[in-house]
Design a binder for this molecule. Structure first.
Ligand code: F6R
Length: 355
């Protein structure tokens, strides 16, 4: 069942190229994005509200950068347990998107009901067919990640992100924006993940061995690498039980830098794009100056790295699909080294149907 892997989590991370390929290729027909959503609705969108919990929330947060850059439409991304008790302000041509792997998360479901009660058109991005959230929404986009058994969500994240990118690209096409290069690059991601997986996995495992004794971890990134850092920190907390926090790199000096010492390492996610790369490296330097160890994830090496994970070169918006993999693998290997029950971490359930 685990296909030769020790845990479902590792198997599911290794399946990300295939899960992503299934999700992407099912919706692209000769350079046209095909989604089963009313085109007039998409063409006229003025604002998008995305609501989800946990890893699904971070997929939404990561996609915001792409949506806003490509479409110049405001995107707000909200945590479902907060949104459902809020008084959201919607106007004409606003849409609501719920993201949920299981399609059963109570707070996400109630947020969807709230949006519906306010008369807003709803789209859900779910992985489990015929789930409650899928049935309740006006339109459903299924991620084709296949069943996710490990409690910690991995392959669902990349598929949710792909689905959000496909939606952004579809809206762009309807607005007459040329997205040919983006579609080409999206198509190119699954083969890159496939060919790089073994190498990245063994590199990350080596590094994880050096850090498995650590009690506190900081994750830093700018732009879309910031929510990726939040997701990396969540993965580490969930399965290794190590305290980890993600911050926008520029926030470091506004407080979190007080945490840095030689026993608190920092995982820095820094795609090569300027000005993000130089600014992030300069934040990493501040960590280094306080004896903090640096794990650098980038396609561009810097001397500040105590450990360097070289990521394959892709353009900025697509770096999220690539850089999430070492973050997931890092949490996996640390949890495995610590002898934890990786697939069934303590206190957690796969589907959270209570609020
Ligand atoms: C993290 C994790 C949780 C879920 C969250 C939402 O690894 O599994 O944070 O992402 O409970 O679940 P879904 O996507 O099923 O609504």
């Amino acid at each position: 069942q685990k296909g030769g892997f020790k845990h479902f989590m590792l198997k599911e991370i290794s399946e990300e190229d295939e899960a992503l390929a299934n999700t992407i290729y099912a919706h692209i027909q000769s350079d046209k994005i095909e989604l089963d959503i009313d085109e007039d609705l998409l063409r006229n969108i003025k604002k998008i509200t995305i609501v989800a919990c946990g890893t699904s929330y971070y997929a939404g947060l990561t996609s915001k950068y792409f949506f806003e850059d490509l479409l110049s439409i405001p995107v707000s991304v909200e945590i479902a347990s907060e949104f459902r008790y809020s008084k959201p302000i919607f106007s004409d041509n606003n849409i609501f998107i719920a993201i949920s792997q299981s399609g059963e998360t109570a707070d996400t479901k109630e947020s969807l009901n709230l949006a519906k009660a306010l008369g807003i058109k709803t789209i859900s991005i779910v992985n489990v067919q015929e789930s409650t959230i899928a049935r309740l929404s006006d339109y459903v986009l299924y991620t084709l990640a296949g069943p996710e058994i490990s409690v910690a969500s991995t392959k669902a994240f990349v598929c949710q992100l792909a689905m959000l990118y496909l939606l952004a690209l579809k809206i762009a096409q309807l607005k007459g924006i040329d997205v040919e290069d983006y579609i080409k690059e999206l198509n190119s991601i699954p083969p890159i993940l496939k060919s790089e997986f073994n190498h990245i996995n063994s590199e990350v495992e080596k590094i994880a061995k050096k850090y498995s004794h650590v009690k506190n971890f900081i994750y830093l990134g700018r732009g879309l690498s910031y929510p990726l850092g939040l997701e990396g920190a969540l993965k580490l907390k969930e399965i290794s039980y190590i305290h980890a926090e993600g911050y926008p790199a520029g926030e470091l000096k506004h407080g979190p830098i007080a945490l840095i010492d030689k026993s608190t390492p920092t995982f820095v996610i820094a795609p090569g794009i300027e000005p993000f790369y130089s600014k992030t490296i300069s934040n990493a330097n501040e960590v280094k100056a306080r004896d903090g160890k640096i794990i650098l994830l980038s396609e561009k090496y810097s001397y500040i790295a105590d450990d360097f994970i070289e990521s394959p070169k892709v353009s900025y918006f697509f770096s999220a699909f690539i850089n999430i993999v070492p973050l997931q693998l890092f949490a996996y290997h640390i949890a495995n080294i610590l002898g934890n029950d990786v697939d069934q971490p303590r206190n957690l359930a796969k589907s959270v149907t209570v609020e």
